[in-house]
Design a binder for this molecule. Structure first.
Ligand code: NZQ
Ligand code: ZN
Length: 382
């Protein structure tokens, strides 16, 4: 096992009816900026529940944060924070609203070029604390210090961790996810799956406890995913999926293991260039990335095939089955896994990603073997 530090200061308040707890969690006497997205919270009753809980607080609102939150929109909210003497930001929505709120808080206290914060993941403090009512199980943003911001003007998307960015608290009421469109439910399942894999599917450093934690999240996802598609209003299934998403990226399974965030690195480029949803971009890349780096990853993939799907055979055979069964799982829940199915020309995308990664001069991944040529191969086969 590698050396590690573990730190996670976020309070989670989980369960039915927990939005009313906002009153106990928010600081008294501070002006609150409530951020939200394109309006889903006004249709599913979350907005009303939040407003009721905030009765008596000094609240201003900032709506319209896009999926894959836009840098320019965040800058408008930064102005509001600074001009309106905001003392706390309450994000109400999915990962995009929360990531934007984390960025807004950090950028509000920084006078330089704010895009550099994302490009360099500058370890700056937040100007004001952030809390969340999270409405979509996927990113784990509710219990981590990561944020991902997009800039459409330059077709860029950058993300990663900034230590100050943990939310103070996150409220998770799984019943607010009944209203999710199937596409977003599926995106969230795939995103959670791939988060766990980026922390598991590398090489073995003798960390059986972390491996079991990781694979138990995968087993739960594989069991619960078909149930949520059949019964979207099953509270227990929604609760299990949400806790999978939160624990999949709250750093609990990461300590002491080798990580590989290259499926995300490549996926972000596909989203920036072609507008694929985050989950879609990952489902396209993951199986081909595993094929391209088969020798580096086969030991862990074989272990996963045996534990999750009871597969027998040699390591090579089991690892190959793991790749096939993973893609089959994605497709079984309605997630497309080929660029052509999104109308994207794979050869063109491959050439552009190769160019971008060559220009940056750093190979993503845990072994340094993901060179621009290997990236070309992966994307052209996607
Ligand atoms: O904008 P509104 O109207 O609220 O609608 C949203 C949006 O259209 C809708 N939605 C959210 N909750 C809903 C709902 N609709 C009905 N009922 C609900 N309860 O879903 C759509 C997608 O929302 P979004 O927040 O964009 O999705 P998600 O939570 O998947 O976040 C994606 C963003 O997070 C980043 C991604 O790159 C992307 O920018 N990520 C953040 C991470 C992190 N902070 O740790 C890690 C991830 O790897 C990921 O990169
Ligand atoms: Zn992700």
């Amino acid at each position: 096992m590698l050396n590690f530090q573990f730190y996670n200061p976020t309070r989670i308040v989980f369960g039915k009816g927990t939005i009313s707890k906002l009153r106990e969690l928010l600081p008294a006497g501070k002006r609150i900026l409530m951020t939200y997205g394109g309006g889903s919270i006004k249709k599913n009753g979350v907005y009303d529940q939040v407003k009721e809980a905030l009765n008596g607080f000094d609240v201003i609102e900032f709506g319209g944060i896009e999926p894959n939150p836009e840098y320019e929109t965040c800058l408008k909210a930064v102005d509001v924070v600074n001009k309106e003497n905001v003392g706390f930001i309450l994000a109400v929505g999915g990962g995009s609203v929360l990531d934007a709120s984390k960025f807004i808080s950090i950028a509000a206290g920084y006078d330089g070029d704010k895009w550099e914060i994302m490009k360099k993941l500058m370890p700056l403090p937040q100007k004001v604390p952030v809390g969340a009512v999270i409405t979509l199980p996927a990113t784990g943003s509710e219990m981590n210090c990561n944020l991902v911001i997009s800039r459409r003007e330059t077709k860029e998307k950058f993300g990663g961790g900034i230590p100050s960015a943990f939310p103070k608290f996150s409220i998770i009421d799984p019943s607010v996810t009944f209203s999710l469109p199937t596409r977003q439910t599926v995106n969230g399942i795939v995103d959670t799956f791939v988060h766990v894999m980026e922390q598991y599917a590398t090489y073995d450093v003798n960390s059986p406890l972390q491996d079991r934690w990781a694979l138990s999240i995968i087993q739960t996802l594989v069991e619960e995913a078909p149930k949520v598609l059949k019964n979207p209003n099953d509270y227990d299934v929604r609760a299990n999926l949400f806790w999978c998403a939160t624990t999949g990226l709250n750093f609990m399974i990461a300590p002491g293991v080798v990580e590989d965030w290259s499926t995300h690195a490549l996926g972000h480029e596909l989203t920036a260039l072609y507008g694929l949803d985050h989950g879609q971009s990952l489902a396209v890349i993951l199986p081909r990335l595993w094929k391209a780096l088969f020798n580096e990853k086969k030991e862990k993939l074989a272990k996963m095939a045996r534990i999750v799907w009871n597969v027998g055979g040699t390591d090579d055979e089991a690892a190959e089955k793991c790749i096939a069964l993973t893609e089959e799982f994605f497709r079984s829940i309605g997630m497309k896994t080929n660029l052509s199915e999104y109308g994207v020309d794979a050869a063109e995308a491959a050439a552009e990603l190769k160019r971008r990664f060559a220009e940056r001069g750093v190979n993503p991944g845990e072994t340094g073997k993901l060179t621009p040529d290997v990236i070309y191969k992966i994307v052209s086969e996607s």
